[in-house]
Write a protein that binds this ligand. Structure first.
Ligand SMILES: Nc1ncnc2c1ncn2[C@@H]1O[C@H](COP(=O)(O)OP(=O)(O)OP(=O)(O)O)[C@@H](O)[C@H]1O
Length: 581
């Protein structure tokens, strides 16, 4: 328990340290504002007593002027505190948002498969936003409130100790109640955040699948689920809110009792001429002022509950480890890289094996075509090669090095993958082609696109490489998307390329263009092609046929073509490209 508190504190300090200077200034400004607030009622007291004693107009004017100047100064200080508080809050929470995003991007696919993007947005932004006030103001406001409380009570003891004693009793009772119930709303606040993340996940998922939702007339069903998710957020939110406002309500009741007691005592002393009218006013003012820091502490207890649930969720997220442990080796042989799979077994879930005992070798510079029915494990094979998942047993070697011993950056620098789905990012055409790598020159991009057949498309764009593209990929046709993806990988000059061909039919001209681009891409590297067209297979050296995650056939293309019993020869005879799927 103590250790977890220390960890939370150390964790919090990590994000507050970079803004410690600003926090210091914030504290000073708050103390100055507290001082002004404490002094102002005393000026009013003097004003009343001077006026009641038929004092000189000039001293009344001086007192009124001082009051006004201090009131204006206090306003300025309040604005400065608010500005700096927001500044500190944004700086510190953005550091945390950055850490969370970086961490999520490194987590393995098993983690991401069960989390929707909407839920992740809530965790990276929503939870952190809930902590923003805590980051910027919690420490400052708690310190400020205690200083103000100490100031008020200290002054009160110099004025009238029985009244000061009642006020002190009330203050301790309020703070005690808040400390006692401060954790009451933490769990329900955490549940509320969870429900909210689930709602965002749901909305994101349905909007991403809008075509299917509309085409299948699924809107009423989606709305029904949406209302249920909303209801869950509402119920959890209401419970969390009720548990959070309990401390506040407790102080409101205590405060009403304290004000009554203090005023009764004050009037009693005034009627007995033990205190002046000005002092009675001062006592009244200080009693009212006492409400502020106590209410502030109550608010901060609520903020603490909200923040603690966010901190717990963020720490949980940061504590989740990727199953992909990086290796340290960075050196791979120059030139095209060979590939070996040795008795590789793999499954997504323990109960359903996907790859069984896969063993094959591709020598540097060779091309391997992989075919197999839908679900036979073709994509899974490329995913394990790119370390999106860990294999269960066996070994995969690239350039003779086990990929588990390689650093991920070394692997991705030399191994490229062209997928069927091209993801576009919000940015220029150039950035989308280079994936934001500023070291690739425009002339190299244009030369490459010319070679791969994408130049015409780029020239048709209004501002060439500077054309702004929108996120997604819907602005590209299937053929363009494939050319785009090929160009992207080509620009990185890989030594081993995995190409997942589009399974959709393309027109003859686009197919020819694609074939030229693939040939160009694979001239200087080893190639693994998940083939969907017979023409592609003509260009490969070896063919592997997968079925139910096992190798059904593996051999040199020419030999298989001559063997009438082979799967490939059968394909050539029937010409049924759909059997390649
Ligand atoms: N993320 C996943 N979680 C669980 N099972 C999965 C996952 N992805 C694929 N599978 C399962 O693994 C098996 C192999 O899928 P894989 O995508 O590798 O097949 P494929 O040969 O590439 O199929 P296609 O040609 O249709 O893309 C299938 O039974 C599939 O249902």
């Amino acid at each position: 328990m103590l250790q977890s508190k220390q960890q939370s504190m150390a964790w919090l300090l990590r994000y507050l340290r970079p803004v410690s200077g600003r926090l210091g200034i914030l504290l000073l400004l708050l103390l100055a504002s507290t001082g002004v607030q404490l002094v102002n009622p005393q000026i009013v007291q003097r004003f009343i007593d001077t006026a009641a004693g038929s004092g000189v107009v000039s001293s009344l004017l001086t007192l009124a002027g001082t009051y006004l100047i201090l009131a204006a100064l206090n306003q300025l200080l309040t604005v400065a505190v608010s500005y700096l508080g927001n500044d500190v809050s944004w700086r510190s929470t953005n550091l945390l948002r950055g850490d969370l995003l970086k961490h999520c991007l490194r987590l393995d696919m098993r983690f991401h498969n069960v989390k929707t993007p909407g839920e992740m947005i809530e965790r990276i932004d929503g939870d952190v936003t809930h902590m923003s006030n805590f980051f910027s103001m919690f420490i400052i406001k708690v310190i400020g409130s205690f200083v103000l409380l100490a100031g008020i009570l200290g002054f009160m003891f110099t004025i009238n100790w029985p009244i000061a004693a009642v006020m002190t009793l009330f203050t301790f009772a309020s703070i005690g109640a808040m400390v006692f119930i401060r954790d009451m709303g933490v769990k329900s606040s955490k549940d509320e955040r969870g429900a909210s993340a689930a709602l965002f996940g749901f909305i994101e998922e349905r909007i991403a699948g809008i075509e299917d939702v509309q085409a299948n007339g699924n809107v009423p069903y989606v709305m029904n689920r949406f209302y249920r998710a909303m209801r869950n957020v509402f119920l959890k939110g209401r419970k969390a809110w009720m548990l959070r406002v309990v401390p506040w309500n407790t102080t409101v009741v205590l405060f009403a009792v304290a004000v009554t007691a203090v005023l009764l005592l004050g009037v009693h002393y005034y009627l007995n001429e033990k205190i002046s009218l000005g002092t009675l006013f001062l006592i009244y003012q200080y009693t009212q002022m006492l409400n502020d820091p106590i209410e502030q502490l109550g608010d901060q207890v609520q903020e603490f509950q909200k923040a603690k649930s966010g901190i717990m969720r963020s720490q949980e997220l940061l504590g989740s480890r990727s199953e992909i442990a990086e290796g340290t080796r960075t050196a791979l042989p120059e030139g095209p890289l060979g590939l070996e799979f040795e008795h590789v077994h793999f499954s997504y879930t323990p109960d359903k094996p996907v790859l069984h005992d896969i063993t094959f070798t591709v020598r540097p510079g060779e091309r391997l075509g992989i075919i197999g029915r839908t679900g036979s494990g073709k994509s899974s094979l490329s995913r394990v090669l790119l370390r999106l998942y860990n294999i269960g047993s066996g070994a995969i070697r690239v350039g003779g090095v086990d990929i588990r011993e390689l650093s991920l950056s070394a692997l991705y620098r030399r191994v490229g993958m062209v997928t069927q789905d091209v993801q576009l990012f919000d940015g220029s055409l150039r950035d989308n082609l280079t994936l934001f790598d500023g070291s690739i020159s425009d002339s190299y991009i244009l030369e490459t696109t010319e070679r791969l057949g994408l130049k015409q498309w780029i020239d048709s764009q209004p501002e060439g490489l500077d054309t702004h593209l929108k996120a997604g990929g819907s602005s590209l046709s299937a053929g363009e998307a494939q050319l785009f993806a090929l160009t992207r990988v080509f620009l990185t000059q890989p030594s081993l390329v995995i190409l997942d061909e589009p399974s959709s039919r393309l027109d003859a001209a686009t197919e020819a263009m694609l074939q030229t681009a693939v040939d160009q891409l694979m001239t200087h590297c080893t190639g693994i092609v998940i083939a969907h067209r017979l023409s592609t297979l003509e260009q490969v050296d070896h063919i592997m046929v997968l079925g139910d995650g096992r190798i059904l056939e593996f051999g040199e293309r020419e030999k298989l073509a001559k063997d009438p019993a082979s799967h490939y020869a059968q394909l050539l005879i029937t010409g049924r490209e759909e059997d390649l799927a």
